[in-house]
Design a protein around this ligand. Structure first.
Ligand code: NAD
Ligand code: GLY
Length: 378
C-alpha cells in the first residue's frame, strides 16, 4: 500500500483504508488523482451550480486516468435528495454502458456526496467512488465516513448504505465561492466536534470564528483538518454506528425534526444542526449533566457563526412524532446525544416533559404566525 501523502488524514476501517487530502490547489496536482482505481470510464456526479464552477477543472484533472469522463447533473438542493434524483444517476450509468469498474466522482456538497455514494454502493452491487467535497460541511463531515443516503418524506436520510469512498479530496480553494449562508452551515458541523470530543478545539473555534467567517485560508485548513481527524478516529472505532459513532449526531435529533418538519431545504442542514446543538446542550443541562453556563457558551458560538439559535414554531406532539423517526430511536423511544461533560458525549433517552420544556424554551412561540423561524440565519 502507498504511504499516505504528507498532511493527509487517513481513515481506517476493518475493510478499507483511504486518505483525506486537505490543501489548496489539489485539483491541479497530478498526485491528487494517482493511485485511484483504474477504469476506462469515470462519471462525475454533480449539480448545475457546482458543475459550472468546477466541473471542467475536475474533468480535465481526471482525464489522464480514464478513457472516457462523462457527467450527470442532479437538481440542486436538499429537496431533491430523492429516489428520482438517484435514478438519474442509474439512468446515466446504464445509458453509458458503465461496468462495475466505473469510478464515480461526487463533486459538490453533502447532498451530491450522499446520493453519489448511495448510487456507488448499489450500482451493480458496488462501484468505487471518490468524494470531491466543495462545501465546508461536506469537507468536515459528510464526505468522510461512508454514510450515504437519500431522504424520505417521513424522515431524513432514512434510506441508504454504509459505503466508504476510495479517497476524499478537499480542495480548500473551492470554499472561496461558497455563499456565506452555506459557510455558516458548515461551521455548525465544525463546532460540533468540540463538545463531543475536543474542548481545546472548541476554544480554538471561539478564538478564530471571525477568521473562519472571513475565510482565512490557514484557519479553514486547521478547521477542516482537525474535524477530519476527529471524524476519522470515531469512524475507525465504530464504522457502522453500533455505539460511539452516534456522538457525531449531536444536535441532529432536534435538527432533523426541524428539517423534516419545515420541508427539506427550508432550513439548511447545518442551520438545523446549529440550533439543534443549542437544544441538545440545554437538554444536557436539564438532565443535570452540564451547567447552564455551558449552554450559554454554545449558544453564543452558534450565534457568532451566523446560525439560528431559536427553532421554528411547531406543536410539541409534532416535534415528538418527527423525532421518533430518528435512526437512534429504539422501540419508539427517542434517544439524544447529550454532553456528559464538555468534550464527552453519550446517547441517552429523556422524559418527554423534559424534552418539551427544552423545545418550549428554544422555539418561536406557536402563535407567532407564518414566517417565524424560517431558514434565514438570524
Ligand atoms: P448542499 O450539498 O446542498 O450544498 C449547499 C449548496 O452549496 C448547494 O446549493 C450547492 O450547489 C452549493 N455549492 C456547493 N459547493 C459550492 C461551491 N464551492 N461554491 C458555490 N456553491 C457551492 O449542502 P451541504 O451543506 O454541503 O450538505 C448537506 C447534506 O449533507 C444534507 O443532506 C445532510 O444530510 C448531509 N450530511 C451527510 C453526512 C454524512 O455523514 N453522510 C454528514 C452531514 C451531513
Ligand atoms: N454525520 C454523522 C456521521 O457521519 O455519523
Amino acid at each position: 500500500m502507498n504511504a499516505a501523502p504528507a498532511g493527509a488524514v487517513t481513515v481506517t476501517t476493518p475493510d478499507t483504508r483511504y486518505d483525506i487530502l486537505i490543501e489548496s490547489g489539489l485539483f491541479g496536482h497530478a498526485s491528487t488523482w494517482q493511485g485511484l482505481p483504474a477504469a476506462s470510464q469515470a462519471v462525475i456526479v454533480s449539480n448545475p451550480t457546482v458543475d459550472a464552477l468546477y466541473g471542467n477543472a475536475l474533468a480535465t484533472a481526471i482525464a489522464p486516468q480514464h478513457r472516457q469522463v462523462s457527467r450527470v447533473l442532479l437538481p440542486d438542493g436538499e429537496a431533491y435528495k430523492t429516489w428520482a434524483s438517484l435514478n438519474l444517476i442509474f439512468d446515466h450509468l446504464l445509458a453509458h454502458g458503465c461496468d462495475r469498474k466505473t469510478v464515480l466522482y461526487a463533486l459538490g456538497g453533502g447532498v451530491v456526496g450522499d446520493m453519489a455514494g448511495f448510487a456507488a454502493a448499489t450500482y451493480m452491487r458496488g462501484v468505487p467512488f471518490v468524494q470531491v467535497p466543495t462545501t465546508l460541511l461536506a469537507q468536515v463531515d459528510s464526505s468522510v465516513g461512508g454514510k450515504t443516503a437519500i431522504n424520505h418524506p417521513l424522515g431524513k436520510n432514512m434510506i441508504g448504505a454504509f459505503y466508504q469512498p476510495a479517497r476524499v479530496v478537499c480542495d480548500l480553494d473551492t470554499l472561496s465561492t461558497l455563499p456565506a449562508r452555506e459557510l455558516a452551515a458548515g461551521l455548525a458541523e465544525v463546532i460540533k466536534y468540540g463538545p463531543i470530543a475536543d474542548m481545546a478545539f472548541f476554544d480554538w473555534i471561539e478564538s478564530n470564528i471571525d477568521a473562519l467567517l472571513a475565510r482565512d485560508r490557514a484557519a479553514l485548513a486547521h478547521a477542516v483538518r482537525r474535524s477530519c481527524e476527529i471524524k476519522a478516529a470515531v469512524v475507525g472505532e465504530d464504522e457502522r454506528e453500533s455505539g460511539l459513532r452516534a456522538i457525531l449526531n449531536f444536535g441532529h435529533t432536534f435538527g432533523h425534526a426541524i428539517e423534516a418538519g419545515q420541508g427539506y431545504g427550508a432550513w439548511l442542514h447545518g442551520e438545523a444542526v446549529g440550533c439543534g446543538m443549542v437544544m441538545a446542550a440545554a437538554l444536557s443541562a436539564e438532565l443535570g449533566l452540564v451547567p447552564a453556563a455551558f449552554v450559554g457558551r454554545m449558544t453564543r458560538l452558534v450565534q457568532r457563526a451566523g446560525l439560528p439559535v431559536q427553532a421554528p414554531a411547531m406543536p410539541g406532539d409534532r416535534w415528538l412524532e418527527l423525532m421518533r423517526v430518528d435512526k437512534k430511536a429504539e422501540a419508539g423511544n427517542i434517544r439524544f446525544i447529550v454532553i456528559e461533560t464538555p468534550g464527552r458525549a453519550a446517547l441517552r433517552s429523556a422524559p418527554d416533559e423534559t424534552v418539551l420544556r427544552v423545545i418550549r424554551r428554544h422555539s418561536a412561540p406557536l402563535c407567532a404566525g407564518p414566517g417565524v423561524g424560517s431558514g434565514a440565519a438570524t
